[in-house]
Ligand binder design. Structure first.
Ligand SMILES: [Zn+2]
Length: 120
């Protein structure tokens, strides 16, 4: 990245390379300045697939979320949930999947991700 041994443009402090959770980047020792990238997109070439499982309650928040993620209207979501929820699939690389996973977890959705998803 070429930021090694660089001084912070904000305060002139020394930058340090750190890995924090799924992110890595250069952080200033003295102020809040940082340049952060997400590691998975660089180091994890896997495309993950999230699949909705049976047993999810349909409420307005769930329908809204599913409709956004799976690109269906409310009727499409309702029909998939009543017939075969496993047709509700979302594929992406890890970085985007982390975002989707968080939204699913917020609503306590029953889903699975293949292959095994090790990020939080
Ligand atoms: Zn600084």
């Amino acid at each position: 990245m070429g930021y090694e041994n660089t001084l912070c443009p904000e305060c002139g402090g020394v930058w340090q390379f750190k890995v924090i959770g799924s992110c890595e980047g250069f952080f200033c020792n003295d102020c809040d300045w940082s340049i952060i990238t997400t590691r998975e997109d660089i180091s994890d070439p896997v495309t993950y697939c999230l699949i909705i499982k049976e047993g999810n309650k349909l409420n307005i928040s769930t329908i809204r979320l599913f409709s956004t993620i799976f690109g269906l209207n409310y009727i499409g979501v309702r029909s998939a949930m009543n017939n075969d929820p496993s047709i509700l699939r979302f594929e992406s690389r890890a970085t985007k999947m982390i975002e989707i996973k968080r939204k699913m977890d917020e609503l306590a959705i029953n889903y699975s991700i293949i292959p095994d998803f090790k990020y939080k």
